[in-house]
Design a protein. Structure first.
Ligand code: ACM
Ligand code: ZN
Length: 528
């Protein structure tokens, strides 16, 4: 009996397979895909990409594509203005900004984008089609556009430092997933990573730590000095590299907490004024910026003046998370500030700090983002919240009319383990458990009604690197969970985990062809 049932199932599967031969397996899933089995085209080594003469902006995206498919498929395509080649790119302003249309027939491959970003996304989809079918592509018509405008990934370069070539690889990974924000976490207790010309000690002293704790905050240390920082020129190079891939770099300069490295460089920034060091353990430390002294605000504004000169991002992230209030409670300057400004307590003092920085950023044409702790002592209407302690901060902020990026640790913390029983099977994580399925199940609109939903700008995966000292380890933590979050951000309204699982079997070929390490658990039954 069992045998009969299974052969019926097999027959049904075969029937379904014939109706749609090998449908395109695109991640994140496009809005609309229709196949035309009567058509196909074969790209040969002398195939050409045609750019309209008026669209100089498209040359860059075409060049990136040529390099990608040379590496991935061994194709050597040429870029021409005429005669018309097999792959034709154009901007069609009638389409949405990041939207594209991709049409493949025997006559050629047409990609039209609302802007060059849309064309770029169409070409990312074409990379996937080539990885799936090889150089003989079936007739297909794809209409696509993202659901959310903010689709991000954060990399913590404070706990561990990743040289710019590795940052570029990370950005390449984001681009493949149609992610458009790189949140660059640049300052931490364990290292200040960005050159600030006015304050050279920030990197001379603040970028170096004496050693690093072993394991999960064990009593032992490695005894090896560790450090590194990005020069302003390198940071600009990253901004440009990301921009070529339609990714905005959102820099984060942490305040008022996670400040040990800055305080080690300039002790007058702290309440006690002395006794600081770049931390060698992980965690949250009581050494924070003094909110009483005006010199702290002058310093921060001078730092941000250099930051906004390097980073054109509309949004500047000022951290705001995990700021213990002990030093403020015993600091005469901080207590005087509380009195002078009629503040209720140290939480309101933190709000005062953040509001003062927000006012400065707004005067300089930028917007502030902070972690959800900035809600605690009250915030302005114009601040954007990054909800990390679950979604509750984001929900409260959206209800109050603040913009929100959803990055709840329950779904978006890519330093958590990917299997339920990690011991011995997985590389180090910080703890917790976020499977690919869990990340995929994120609903950024959970508990929000129609009127509140527009305040959710998008979603982001966060990669905190206490336990990741190498890019290979980062990749293992990020992939394939980033694909799950990318699909939440791009394809919010049309997700299906089983369909995603099947598409990922094809998509991971691109991880392999680009030598990106990835976690295997989702592709086996181990994690289920
Ligand atoms: C955070 O994870 N402390 C934002
Ligand atoms: Zn103080």
């Amino acid at each position: 009996m069992k045998r009969i049932v299974s052969s019926i199932v097999l027959l049904m599967l075969a029937g379904a397979g014939m109706a749609a031969t090998n449908p395109p397996a695109i991640v994140p899933i496009p809005r609309q895909v229709s196949c035309n089995d009567q058509q196909s085209i074969t790209l040969t080594d002398d195939a050409r990409i045609t750019l309209p003469r008026s669209e100089k902006d498209l040359r860059g995206v075409a060049e990136l594509f040529v390099r990608d498919v040379a590496r991935e498929e061994g194709l050597t395509l040429k870029i021409v203005e005429k005669p018309e080649g097999e792959i034709r790119l154009a901007v069609d302003p009638q389409l949405g900004e990041e939207a594209y249309l991709l049409e493949i027939s025997a006559k050629g491959i047409d990609i039209r984008g609302g802007t060059p970003a849309g064309v770029f996304y169409g070409l990312q989809t074409l990379r996937q089609l080539l990885a799936q079918y090889g150089t003989t592509l079936p007739g297909v018509q794809i209409e696509d556009a993202p659901w959310f405008g903010y689709r991000g990934a954060m990399l913590d370069c404070g706990r561990h430092f990743f040289p710019i070539d590795q940052i570029k690889t990370f950005i390449d990974m984001l681009a493949l997933h149609k992610i458009n924000r790189f949140h660059w976490h640049l300052t931490e207790d364990q290292g200040w990573r960005l050159e600030i010309r006015r304050y050279p000690e920030l990197t001379r002293i603040g970028s170096q730590r004496a050693e690093t704790v072993l394991g999960n905050n064990s009593p032992a240390y490695d005894g090896v000095p560790y450090g590194g920082y990005y020069t302003q020129q390198q940071a600009r190079e990253i901004v440009a590299y990301a921009a070529e891939r339609f990714i905005t770099v959102v820099p984060e300069i942490e305040m008022p907490g996670h400040a040990s490295a800055a305080l080690a460089a300039y002790p007058w920034l702290g309440c006690a004024g002395e006794g600081y060091k770049v931390q060698t353990r992980w965690g949250v430390f009581p050494e924070v910026f003094c909110a009483g002294k005006d010199s702290t605000f002058d310093f921060m504004q001078n730092v941000l003046a250099e930051v906004i000169d390097i980073f054109p991002s509309e949004y500047i992230h000022v951290g705001g998370d995990e700021c213990p209030k002990e030093s403020w409670k015993v600091c005469p300057a901080c207590q005087k500030r509380i009195q002078d400004e009629n503040l209720k307590d140290e939480h309101e003092l933190q709000s005062y700090f953040v509001l003062r920085m927000e006012r400065w950023l707004n005067e300089h044409g930028r917007h502030l983002i902070g972690w959800d702790e900035i809600l605690e002592g009250g915030i302005s209407k114009s601040a954007t919240i990054m909800s990390w302690r679950g979604a509750k901060g984001g929900i409260a902020a959206a209800r109050a009319g603040n913009k929100v990026i959803m990055t709840p640790n329950t779904h978006c913390y890519l330093d958590y383990y990917q299997t339920q029983h990690p011991q011995g099977n997985e590389p180090w994580g910080i703890g917790g458990y976020v499977s690919v399925e869990k990340a995929y199940s994120l609903d950024p609109y959970d508990q929000l009604d129609e009127a509140e939903r527009p305040y959710i700008l998008g979603v982001q995966g966060n990669i905190w690197t206490e336990y990741m000292a190498s890019l290979a380890h980062v990749q293992h933590m990020v992939l394939p969970r980033l694909a799950a979050l990318a699909e939440v951000g791009w394809s919010y309204d049309r997700r299906n985990i089983e369909d995603f699982r099947n598409r990922m079997k094809i998509f991971r070929r691109l991880y392999e062809r680009n030598d990106y390490r990835y976690a295997p658990y989702f592709f086996t039954t181990e994690a289920e």
